[in-house]
Design a protein around this ligand. Structure first.
Ligand code: ZN
Ligand code: ZN
Length: 423
């Protein structure tokens, strides 16, 4: 009888559970809809924050480009950027709605059971300990016996291969009889909880990030290797030579869907994330993308330091001389390092030249005949010499009405030269 019981309860029994649908965070909004709303809110909230910093020029010392460069070098107006970003967000939300519709309902209630499953796996893995120690000539059972005599029963149990005769629990069997059965130790349950609540989600996020980075690197690079792809789709994003936060998702709608929406969706689906994890993942990806285009190299922005990909790194890719390098986005740069597409060399002189050229253009425009003045030209003030931040603000706010050179970009090849295509 005792032998039979020890066979039946060789492992601690798993707890029973009852499933119930997961209640939404906000009763009025289903979680899978909230997962689509949050990235859009995050995009515009962070963009507005950076726009505020930009317009009031709070941190000129950390700017990657001067206001004169924003004015003279970008080939698209801010309103056109806003319009195309909204279009991309509408498409991404519609795609998300389709996935949300197909997604099964999420249930809660089996967390304790799942933690116990992990504890069971830990118990099973301990069986190998005596055999592994024997390879090194250690008599695990003898050691366990000595440790047990000295009161170290838990350590002794682990060394003996996961045998904890003193760790039991009372259980009412299906037959109605009460029985004393094995139980998990505290360390097993704590480790299992850590695996279930922290390690697995961390691995899921890492995997999803790797998927997005890999997807985006190869597609992005392909857009620079194939002339048709570049001209038809990707050249639009490169109208921004001086990126700013809300230009992050300024893309051709097809590129926006392929690179950003499909990439994030694939990361989410292959990582087996829950809807709540998706809220974090989509929002974090969006925030990182916005930050990579913010136009500032901030020493105190953690997002710019936890990986080597940041606004300064991606900004190089937006320059005519760096456009064939730094394809990695949005999180890490390992693909650029592996494929030797990372920009190497000093950039200070190159940035200086662009700054000076834009400044000269602004000054030339300011000194041109008043009759030819356009609204923005009449507001042009030398940003480098002016200390009046309001004047600078006026100068920048006028940029929204401009579309310099956009027409010249229309047509078959957008004036694409080989210099933008990666060999
Ligand atoms: Zn590019
Ligand atoms: Zn970009």
């Amino acid at each position: 009888m005792a032998a039979n019981e020890s066979v039946v309860f060789d492992y601690p029994p798993l707890p029973t559970y009852t499933l119930s649908p997961r209640p939404p965070i906000f009763t009025a909004i289903p979680d899978n809809i909230l997962a689509l709303i949050l990235p859009v809110v995050a995009y515009w909230a962070l963009s507005l924050f950076y726009h505020f910093i930009d317009v009031y020029d709070f941190f000129p010392q950390y700017r990657l480009h001067t206001p004169a460069e924003v004015l003279k070098r970008n080939k698209v107006t801010r309103w056109e950027v806003v319009r195309d970003v909204i279009l991309q967000q509408v498409i991404q939300s519609l795609a998300g709605l389709v996935v949300a519709y197909l997604d099964p309902v999420e249930y809660i209630g089996r967390e304790e059971y799942d933690v116990a499953v992990w504890a069971g796996r830990l118990r099973f893995a301990q069986r190998a300990i005596p055999r592994v120690l024997a390879i090194f000539g250690v008599d695990a059972l003898g050691l366990a016996s000595n440790l047990s005599k000295n009161g170290h029963t838990i350590l002794a149990g682990a060394l003996a291969g996961g045998h904890y005769p003193g760790v039991t629990q009372s259980l009412t069997l299906d037959s109605g009889l009460d029985a004393v059965v094995p139980a998990f130790t505290n360390w097993e349950l704590l480790t299992a909880s850590f695996i279930y609540w922290y390690l697995i989600p961390a691995l899921q996020f890492t995997w999803a990030i790797l998927v997005v980075d890999t997807w985006q690197y190869f597609l992005h690079r392909a857009m620079h290797m194939n002339r048709w792809l570049y001209v038809t789709f990707h050249s639009r994003h490169h109208r921004l030579y001086v990126p700013y936060a809300f230009g992050a998702l300024y893309n051709h709608p097809v590129e926006g869907f392929l690179l950003d929406t499909a990439g994030a969706g694939l990361g989410f689906l292959t990582a087996g994330m829950t809807t709540r994890q998706a809220m974090w993942f989509f929002s974090c990806s969006t925030i990182k993308t916005v930050d990579d285009h913010c136009g500032y190299a901030f020493p105190w922005d953690p997002l710019q330091h936890f990986t080597s990909n940041n606004a300064a790194y991606h900004d190089i890719h937006h320059q005519s001389w760096g456009i064939k390098t730094n394809f990695s986005q949005p999180f890490f740069t390992f693909w650029d390092r592996l494929f030797n597409t990372r920009w190497n060399g000093d950039v200070r002189l190159k940035y200086e030249r662009s700054r000076e050229a834009a400044q000269k253009q602004v000054e030339q425009d300011a000194s041109s005949a008043p009759a030819e003045e356009t609204p923005y030209e009449s507001a042009v003030i030398s940003p480098a010499t002016s200390t009046d931040s309001n004047a600078r603000t006026r100068l920048r706010s006028k940029t929204v009405t401009l579309s310099p050179h956009v027409d010249s970009l229309k047509g078959v090849n957008h004036g694409v030269t080989r210099s933008v295509l990666h060999a």
